[in-house]
Design a protein around this ligand. Sequence first.
Ligand code: NAP
Length: 481
Amino acid sequence: MLCLTLAKKTIEEDIADFWKNRAYIGIAEIRLDALDFKELEKVSSLTNQVDLPLILTCRRKADGGFWMGTEKKRIQILKQILELGDFSYIDIESDVKRPEFEAFIKSKSIQIIRSFHDFEGVPLDLYSKISKLASKGDIPKIAVTPKTVSDLILIFKVESELASIKEKIIIGMGPMGVCTRILYKKVGSMLCYCSDDDMNLGLLSPRILSELYRADRVNAKTHIYGVIGNPVLQSVSPQIHNPGFHAIRFNAIYVPFLVDNVRAFFHLAEVIQIFGFSVTIPHKIDVLPYLGKSTREVRLIGSCNTVVRKMNLWKGINTDYYGFINPLLPYFDSEQIHEAVVIGAGGASRAVIWALKNRGVKITILNRTVEKAKALALETMSNYDSLENADKYSGRSDLIVQTTPLGMGEKVDFDPAPKLKFLGTEIVYDLIYKPHLTKFLERANDSGCILCYGIDMLVEQGKLQFEEFTGYHYPSINIVF
Ligand code: NAP
């Protein structure tokens, strides 16, 4: 079940939020602590206007909520509202000891969710905490904050350690917990909280959880795939793979994993049986020691962006290599590419240079740190120069490839080589995919150059990963970013 957290200031807004998301959810939680005080008397009208089970919660500030009044007042309000409205569950924190109030709740056949929050980490006695919370017949709820992959392993093992506790709620909060929310069924949680509002807890929207991840359909047979990186939550790869799995009717899910430690992630991959994963910054080199097999491209480039389970081994592949070169194939077929200038000498540049080199292209590498350009040039028998001398290379190549991050994020207005002039005959390729048209490409477009976009490389490398993951070609569907 997906549980929509209703945390607006007014009941009217909560009701609107409920109906906006009704198609995706199975239950909702009304957060009294978020409501304006004068709205509290209207709560019973909400219970009449929604058609799903409701959880009643009034979260104290110390537990991440907004309630600042006294404990006596909080219990009094909860009791009043329980008298008037129709609720299936009430969330009460683990340290609240009010036998009379609890007896009253039980007399109304409302189930108690007994919650424990940890905003600093994951307690080592996690399993015994859950068992204790469950011991009085309540539904235990644990909301903890994983900070490392080892914390994630503790959370993902809850289901196997405590399989006898059928009804439980397990949540990993914060950016690292996002994978535990998407995979809430693997964690053994009976529900996953969601919201359209970013409450800085790692909550995802009901539509994303339901339509993109199909999180509520995960079952014991679902194959898990993902992307590892740091940061990783901005990755658009889930938008490539999840709709692809769905289109070919493959029971699989592709999840972002924020990973601090690659070694620990390979352990997690065994714990939850991950079948394959994409690798992004900064782990493309760190994964190499764990590969039992790797392709020629991985060995040439010295980095790996795709790992798949093959028999009992992890196999490393570099789909950036073909993802980069495939959009250029028509120009190779028409013999338009003989000489190239490559701006940048980082990880992506290595895949670009080897792919061009293996097609017989004469390459000049321009980089801010000239020593790095020199080292890569020696390895690949290319020419090199400082990026500062870019103007010397105007009109001297058929292809210009931009591989630095200048032109994206905070540097969206930057042009990495403003002095490099275009004749209009060149093919200009920028690896940046957001924005689609970088300042660099905009200038090339104004000069009449042929443009190649980073998004084409991204989609191409993603489709090749999909083939490695599934053994099928990527289906002909529209990818929506
Ligand atoms: P990286 O290994 O960190 O390399 C960054 C390169 O950019 C280095 O050559 C670095 O020069 C240069 N650079 C960074 N900041 C600079 C600045 N302020 N001025 C001049 N040069 C600067 O990164 P990467 O993995 O190669 O990724 C680079 C870009 O490629 C990113 O934008 C990434 O999103 C994109 N990419 C796209 C795809 C795709 O599918 N479209 C795939 C992979 C990567 P120094 O050596 O002097 O530091």
